[in-house]
Ligand binder design. Structure first.
Ligand SMILES: [Mg+2]
Length: 279
């Protein structure tokens, strides 16, 4: 593979998908994860940022496509702060919070009743984990507690401490747990995922072309939903684009149609999409 190659697998699938976007841009829907997809992974989530070239291409796509949506594990307001693009939809905390392109916010009402439980787990985690020594960063998203351990010097020990002091107690309270790169999340035990949010958005318009860009396990639910959506109507075309690094979980690679080299590869795919829709 040449060093400069950014699309590493699925050129043909990408071209087919772009042709569908080109034939009817207003019937095109782009769904995009944020961290690890359009912003590089950094040790502390608060330091992550979306670069100006990405913002420019995303702004131009938002003007041309029927839907651009940012689908993140971050709290909705946090994701929105990182992008701050009007006219886009935002999905926060893996589908628990949805903001439509018109600015209307719809938080899943069933999630509200778990907030006090999640907050008790968050308070116990802050008390029981020596975050500085373990290299843990707690991110309290109100309905979800994220426990990041990318900074851990001894990841196995830190992981064990998180499992013992946060994950097991949260499970015994009946809360849900999800995991990602150096990350555990304590969340309401409800079947909301990036996939259910993707379904909600795609069913909300007459779209014929769809693209979902992601990099982690939670994005696989979006990939699968996109594929199911396309399979239901022969006129629809879709492609799942995975931003791949050495840490990418295997299901992300297996379920994607197009593999690209980390965030620069996503930038290349989005630039080609913009070119296809007349940008
Ligand atoms: Mg991500």
């Amino acid at each position: 593979m040449p060093d400069g190659q950014l699309i590493t697998k699925g050129e043909t699938e990408l071209d087919t998908c772009l042709a569908a976007f080109a034939s009817a841009p207003r019937a095109g829907a782009l769904l995009c994860d944020i961290d690890g997809t359009i912003s590089a992974i950094v040790a502390r989530p608060e330091d992550a940022a979306v670069s100006q070239p990405f913002r420019d291409v995303l702004a131009a796509l938002t003007e041309r496509l029927g839907l651009v949506a940012f689908v993140t594990g971050r709290a909705l307001e946090d994701g929105r702060r990182m992008i701050s693009l009007d006219g886009a939809a935002y999905i926060g905390t893996h589908g628990l919070e949805v903001m439509a392109p018109d600015g209307q916010v719809l938080t899943e009402p069933q999630a509200e009743r778990y907030i006090s439980e999640v907050q008790e787990v968050a308070a116990a985690a802050a008390r029981d984990l020596d975050c500085d020594a373990l290299g843990v960063v707690l991110e309290n998203k109100r309905t979800v507690l994220a426990v990041h351990y990318r900074l851990a010097a001894d990841a196995a020990r830190t992981r064990h401490e998180i499992l013992t002091r946060v994950v097991e107690p949260a499970r015994s309270r009946g809360l849900g747990i999800s995991s990602g790169h150096f990350l555990f999340e304590v969340r309401p035990p409800l079947p909301f995922t990036k996939g259910t949010a993707t379904r909600r958005l795609l069913d909300g318009g007459d779209y014929l072309a769809g693209m979902f860009c992601g990099d982690d396990l939670t994005d696989v639910t979006g990939f699968k939903t996109l594929h199911d959506w396309a399979a239901r109507d022969a006129r629809r075309a879709a492609c799942a684009v995975a931003a791949v690094t050495a840490e990418t979980p295997r299901p992300v690679i297996e379920d994607a149609d197009v593999l690209v080299r980390a965030t620069p590869g996503v930038y290349e795919a989005l630039t080609r999409l913009l070119g296809a829709v007349g940008g």
